[in-house]
Design a protein around this ligand. Structure first.
Ligand code: IDP
Ligand code: MG
Length: 158
């Protein structure tokens, strides 16, 4: 196994509900990885369409773009051994109703279109592609206390 980076984002609906710190706390507890970048921003339509390009033919694509651009997100880069798959496990199934107990989507998701968190999938190249879209600056340094940083950034943003 090698050290990987993955892109995770708390989606607008969960951000608006004030769930960011609770979700970051679960990531700290479950991933055994370092958070090396974190920022708050509102995705543009262009960014959202690029991010979800692989789903552009799906019937739910317009709703997906609408919800991902509806407000602020907390974008993060996490780094560690096998972190892409570990983050997928921590998130749980895409549909919160199908997600296992103890997963982020089970706890914070409401339905499939409002499932609280995005994480890169395990297909090779997927995380790298998303990191280039969301963190082109690639300025990665370990954040000592991700929950405190999240609280600081989210309070400053609203
Ligand atoms: P993932 O987020 O678990 O990787 P993807 O298949 O990549 O799932 O889909 C991206 C996002 O699109 C999901 O997180 C979910 O919010 C939304 N989505 C996926 N399938 C459906 C669907 O059948 N109806 C509505 N929204 C969906
Ligand atoms: Mg996906």
């Amino acid at each position: 196994m090698t050290t990987q980076n993955t892109f995770l984002a708390i989606k607008p609906d969960a951000f608006k509900r004030g769930d960011t710190a609770g979700i970051v706390k679960m990531l700290v507890e479950k991933l055994d990885a370092k958070c090396v970048a974190m920022k708050v921003y509102k995705p543009t339509e262009e960014l959202a369409k690029e991010h979800y390009a692989a789903l552009s033919e799906k019937p739910f694509f317009p709703d997906l773009i609408q919800s991902f651009t509806a407000g602020l997100i907390l974008g993060m880069v996490w780094q560690g051994e096998d972190v892409v798959a570990k983050a997928r496990d921590a998130m749980g199934a895409t549909d919160p109703e199908a997600a296992d107990e103890g997963t982020i989507r089970k706890k914070f998701g409401k339905h499939i279109g409002d499932n609280a968190i995005h994480g890169s999938d395990t297909e090779p190249g997927s995380a790298e592609r998303e990191l280039k879209i969301h963190f082109p600056e690639a300025d990665f340094t370990e954040i000592a206390d991700p929950v405190a940083k999240c609280t600081e950034l989210c309070q400053a943003a609203v």
